[in-house]
Design a protein around this ligand. Sequence first.
Ligand code: B1M
Length: 223
Amino acid sequence: MNGGRVASKPELYKIARDAVVYANEEQAFNLINEVAAQGGDLLALLKEGFGKGHQEVGDMFEKGDISLPELLFSTDVTRKAVEMIENHAEAGLKKAEGKVLLATVSGDVHNIGKGLVAYTIITHGIEVIDLGCDVPVEYIIAKAEENRVDIIGTSALLTSTLREQKKLEDELRKAGIRSKYLTMVGGATCTQRWASRIGADVYCEDAVEAAKAVIAHLSKKYG
Ligand code: B1M
């Protein structure tokens, strides 16, 4: 990958970043295998390399510099890199304390933005339970309780499905478990105003903001 010379950390991070930005799955896999074989720090590679690339493509998409299919190809490389690194758990990948549960609300099949949020959080070494899309509030709460998560994040992209985010707040309160969780909301139709109105703890405009909010909350809780 570098003419036989041992690559420096910034060089390795750049190769990982490029693999995501240019959606080069083979480059990502070869790099992970090489770093794992050398006993290198895979979590650092995830955060500083793949994670940075992932944030960059997210930003490029927001600015309209790349198309939706390009974003999806890159996100797929990040997803596979994360899975591969997780499979190398014995090679030193340690998770930070705390768990996040994410779901796109019931009646809503928009999965791409929430997936981007999930992978951006995962690249910081934080465990994410991603329930997918079209998920009823009752199931979200059951899974949050079962997995003892710290944060419940919901995504809504349709005006008609925003109310599910309010339903989540209401049902958590009714069950007397609202204070156990930090609730985070986002999605194209969701706003700060809506979050304040329904009593959600945090509104995030994009995946980077979401990851920052998660890190801030978990650092405060676990030190
Ligand atoms: Co639909 N769709 N769609 N769609 N779709 C929108 C959302 C729409 C704005 C398009 C439009 O009309 N201009 C519109 C909603 C209008 C409204 O209600 N106000 C719309 C509609 C109407 C529909 C259908 C009803 C169309 C129809 O069938 N008549 C239908 C609904 C199906 C359903 O859900 N029941 C529908 C279907 C679909 C597809 C299946 C074709 C496809 C989804 C594929 C998939 O996800 N697997 C799709 C798509 C792709 C879109 C657009 C074009 C793109 C959405 C997207 O993926 N953006 C969208 C138009 C648009 O937004 N420009 C549109 C990329 C993604 C990275 O951005 O999801 O916003 P986004 O996520 C961002 C932030 O919002 C934030 O971070 C992400 C990135 O940084 N974020 C969070 C998201 N979730 C977060 C959670 C957080 C924090 C931040 O914390 C938990």
